[in-house]
Design a protein around this ligand. Structure first.
Ligand SMILES: *[C@@H]1O[C@H](CO)[C@@H](O)[C@H](O)[C@H]1NC(C)=O
Ligand SMILES: *[C@@H]1O[C@H](CO)[C@@H](O)[C@H](O)[C@H]1NC(C)=O
Ligand SMILES: *[C@@H]1O[C@H](CO)[C@@H](O)[C@H](O)[C@H]1NC(C)=O
Ligand SMILES: *[C@@H]1O[C@H](CO)[C@@H](O)[C@H](O)[C@H]1NC(C)=O
Ligand SMILES: *[C@@H]1O[C@H](CO)[C@@H](O)[C@H](O)[C@H]1NC(C)=O
Ligand SMILES: *[C@@H]1O[C@H](CO)[C@@H](O)[C@H](O)[C@H]1NC(C)=O
Ligand SMILES: *[C@@H]1O[C@H](CO)[C@@H](O)[C@H](O)[C@H]1NC(C)=O
Ligand SMILES: *[C@@H]1O[C@H](CO)[C@@H](O)[C@H](O)[C@H]1NC(C)=O
Length: 800
């Protein structure tokens, strides 16, 4: 650890000077004078030497971080380097650095005064965090740090048009504003869902502070990402009354493995939803009019769509009536040419059991009846002087954009949506857009927005009253909006650019960013002209089927191009997979969705979630987990009826019934998967019960007691009163054998609620092994208990 010891060295040097010898000298005065001079020279020399050596100090240390003038590096507990950061905008003058307690502080760079510090915080035994802050004290001087990504895999940041998992950087990009954008139209921008958060395979996470005017760049030659703070030539504005001094501040946290460090970060830095959207939205498909009809939708077509859904025996969470049902954009009433009798239509749909949600957006076009009203009331985002509404161009024309920082605009917008709900029983809304690229470059809002992406957050709040079946597509700090977030429109293509292969990387990315109620957009893509693989009218049949299979394993399914547009075989496959989604996937997803409220953990998880020490798992972008115990490996290549599959350590049962008991990860090559199949593997051993015959006397208690080594949440959950509901109506007394059954039911239930636990419990180092110690009174019959546990399935003895 680095410490400054001012003046200490001088004293030490003089100690060695033989003063006593002088006393014996016969000419004490002269002698003393000479010696005095020598002493002074010695002291001065020593002092200078000390100062020089201090100047030469080129390394300061705090905990496991080494700071030098050009940057710093951080090691993990084992001593391996897990993060390297370079200072690109300036070099620190280390002479101005000092350490007080946990804070290492420097006051100058070679370009001038700065306010620099690194503060260490240890939130948990296994986690070390560093708060880093570099603030310039002169206007218009950017701060830029370059993080090396050589030798590690990174995840997070933003939804992008071409999406890879892990992040794949190519070429060079000067730092550009890290703000939300519609990547369907602007394919090189950052996407509509983004967070200033990244995590690496080296169990290192970085979170950039909200207050930073943050720009992101990269350089694949140097293998670095550039983190820059600046105000000039930027949509970020200093807070009112603050000078435009750029400040780059962030936290780096290092843990023992990637999954646990992610959990730490999510628990501390991400807001969480407070409710789960409507369960039917997880269970049954949503049927949208968009890809099928585009803007040519009308009353007759919508009714026919509903009839066809029923005719072919499909279930439906709700129908989504997309663009365009109004005559102008910015109106909230149906176009009577296309929808001559709206009330009747809604009545008929309701009679057939359909709920309907409507498409909406934040724009009011100049030619709509509401435009004048909004101008007059000042409901739009204004141009910078605040005198006139700013006009913006979007994909459906030109208009004003509602200023969601203005309470009157919020109220007006919500009252329009509510009136649709009351008038027709509209169930919810698909809130489109919301990205900052639809704001003018320079603008003024009612509440000053230092960070333009805050606009996105304000817009997403509009969905809250309709959360049960709402759809959003943009988000920034919006993890606590308890709604489904959909991926930006997909093209009907196989590839990584908004195609089928981009689906898993994008879903995993936004999961890592804390958004778990995910709608993967429409099955088969949007069938946009010129952006569709296939021979014209419909997306390629095989692509459609593979897309359908993958969607069935996502939190929610959305159809638009209906399967009956193809043929009976496709309809049969669609039935099979909507059925499988409902029976196999939805129950797990709904349970995991409940956990999100507490934990923020992903529902859809990357393979490394359960294989943190396996380098290969970090590169798998075509497989994923639902929770910890269902692993999915869809076919994503045209013309293929087989694929390679990476199967992590553990006991897996394939959908075909094969069992794998892997002590090592296994690579299955050319594993056959027919066109109407998707490969998936389930854990067939979920619970390991450890017997301990000699402990506890539970006769003393009302309820059986479980002591559990490991996850205290589980132990708490098991002991909580809400679990007695799982027992038979009259929870039997301790002496009765039935009590054991009651106990088992609890164990099983709790297991599914907390299926991932600490890996320390596992015999093979896998976090999948849950060890529950069931402690019983001395004479209880363990074989009896065992019989009943086994009867519940998924339980095997271990260590008993
Ligand atoms: C960082 O991660 C990479 C890739 O997973 C791995 O090869 C390397 O050993 C890790 N380094 C440390 C210090 O853990
Ligand atoms: C992070 O930003 C907040 C304001 O958003 C500020 O109060 C805090 O001091 C900042 N933290 C650091 C380390 O700069
Ligand atoms: C990227 O790195 C290379 C090599 O260091 C350098 O020549 C180039 O200028 C860098 N590009 C940018 C945009 O900084
Ligand atoms: C990345 O790491 C490799 C292996 O240590 C090294 O050879 C290479 O020079 C590094 N590249 C950069 C740009 O640092
Ligand atoms: C809509 O349909 C209902 C029921 O058939 C009818 O009573 C009503 O007059 C119709 N309204 C219009 C505007 O056609
Ligand atoms: C979401 O979290 C943010 C930041 O913690 C908070 O300001 C906001 O009020 C929360 N919104 C909701 C809907 O809970
Ligand atoms: C789409 O394809 C048509 C016909 O091939 C062509 O004329 C048109 O320019 C294409 N449009 C775009 C946006 O590429
Ligand atoms: C529709 O839902 C019912 C009830 O949950 C179910 O039995 C049926 O299999 C579902 N149909 C399809 C095609 O998924």
């Amino acid at each position: 650890m680095y410490q400054v010891v001012p003046g200490g060295a001088g004293g030490t040097i003089t100690d060695g000077v033989p003063i006593k010898k002088m006393d014996r000298d016969t000419r004490p005065l002269v002698g003393a004078g000479v010696i005095g001079v020598v002493l002074v020279i010695a002291a001065v020399t020593a002092w200078c030497y000390y100062i020089a050596s201090l100047r030469k100090a080129d390394l300061l240390k705090t905990e496991l971080l080494d700071l030098n003038k050009d940057g710093f590096l951080i090691r993990n507990q084992a001593g391996g380097i897990v993060l390297k950061m370079g200072f690109r905008s300036g070099t620190l003058d280390l002479d101005t650095c000092s350490k007080e307690g946990v804070i290492l502080r420097c006051s100058r760079s070679f370009a001038g005064k700065v306010n620099f510090f690194i503060m260490t915080v240890k939130p948990k035994e296994t986690v070390m965090c560093y708060r880093v802050r570099w603030e310039e004290l002169e206007s218009d001087r950017p701060v830029e740090h370059a993080m090396s990504y050589n030798q590690s895999h990174w995840y997070g940041g933003a939804e992008t048009a071409v999406q890879h998992w892990p992040i794949a950087i190519s070429g060079q990009q000067a730092p550009k504003p890290f703000v939300t954008s519609d990547v369907y139209s602007n394919r090189n921008d950052f996407g509509g869902i983004l967070e200033r958060y990244w995590i690496s395979s080296n169990a290192t996470a970085i979170k950039i502070n909200d207050s930073v005017p943050f720009h992101l760049g990269w350089n694949d030659t140097e293998k670095t990402m550039y983190f820059q703070a600046r105000y000039q030539d930027s949509p970020y504005k200093p807070a009112p009354g603050r000078p435009p001094y750029a400040e780059l501040s962030y936290r780096v946290c290092v843990g023992s493995d990637v999954t646990s460090i992610h959990k730490v970060m999510v628990r501390r830095y991400f807001p969480k939803p407070n409710k789960v959207p409507e369960k039917e939205m997880f269970r049954y498909p949503i049927w949208s009019t968009w890809a099928l009809h585009k803007k040519n939708i009308d009353q007759e077509k919508l009714l026919l769509y509903g009839e066809n859904i029923r005719k072919h025996g499909f279930n439906c969470s709700h129908l989504e009536l997309d663009d365009r049902y109004t005559s102008q954009y910015g109106e909230f009433e149906f176009d009577i040419e296309k929808f001559p009798n709206v009330s009747l239509m809604f009545q008929q749909l309701k009679a057939k059991g359909f709920l309907v949600s409507l498409w909406t957006h934040p724009f009011v076009n100049y030619d709509s009846a509401n435009f004048g009203h909004c101008v007059q009331k000042g409901l739009f985002v204004m141009e910078p002087t605040g005198q006139l509404p700013a006009l913006v161009k979007w994909w459906n024309g030109i208009g004003g954009i509602l200023d969601f920082t203005n309470p009157e605009a919020r109220t007006w917008f919500l009252s329009q949506l509510r009136s649709l709900r009351h008038k027709y029983g509209v169930s919810s809304f698909k809130l489109d857009a919301g990205e900052t690229n639809y704001l003018p470059w320079q603008f003024r809002t009612r509440v000053h927005l230092p960070d333009p992406s805050t606009f996105t957050r304000r817009y997403t709040e509009m969905a809250i009253p309709f959360n049960e079946r709402a759809e959003l597509r943009s988000g920034y700090g919006s993890q606590n909006i308890s709604c489904f977030f959909r991926l930006i429109d997909r093209d009907s293509v196989w590839g990584y650019e908004l195609g089928l292969k981009s689906l898993i990387p994008t879903v995993l990315t936004i999961s890592i960013l804390g958004y778990q109620f995910i709608l993967p957009d429409m099955i088969g893509g949007n069938s946009y002209r010129n952006r569709t693989d296939g021979n014209g009218k419909l997306p390629d049949r095989e692509l459609y089927i593979r897309w359908l299979e993958l969607s069935a394993f996502m939190p929610s399914m959305q159809f638009s191009i209906p399967p009956w547009e193809y043929d009976d075989e496709v309809v049969a496959i669609a039935r099979k997979f909507t059925g499988l989604h409902e029976s196999l996937v939805a129950p797990r997803v709904i349970e995991l969705a409940g956990e999100v409220l507490d934990t923020g953990d992903p529902i859809i998880r990357p393979l490394w979630w359960i294989a943190t020490s396996d380098e290969k798992a970090y590169r798998v972008d075509s497989q994923f987990l639902i929770g910890d115990d269902l692993m999915v490996a869809p076919v994503l290549e045209p013309g293929k009826q087989e694929r390679d599959i990476y199967l992590p350590v553990g006991r897996w049962r394939s959908y075909k019934g094969e069992r794998f008991d892997n002590k090592e990860p296994v690579h299955l090559t050319d594993y056959p998967v027919d066109l109407d199949e998707i490969a998936y593997f389930e854990w067939f051993q979920n619970l390991i019960v450890e017997y301990c015959p000699d402990v506890i006397n539970w006769k003393k208690r009302n309820a059986p007691t479980l002591s559990y080594k490991g996850d205290t949440n589980l132990a708490k959950a098991l002991c909580s009163p809400s679990y007695s509901a799982l027992c038979p109506p009259a929870c039997p007394s301790a002496e009765e054998p039935r009590q054991l059954f009651c106990l088992c039911a609890k164990v099983n239930q709790a297991l599914r609620l907390h299926s991932q636990t600490d890996k320390a419990q596992g015999p093979v180092g896998s976090r999948r092994y849950l060890s529950v110690r069931v402690e019983l009174a001395g004479t209880s019959s363990f074989s009896w208990l065992w019989q009943h546990l086994s009867a519940l399935g998924s339980v095997q003895p271990w260590g008993g």
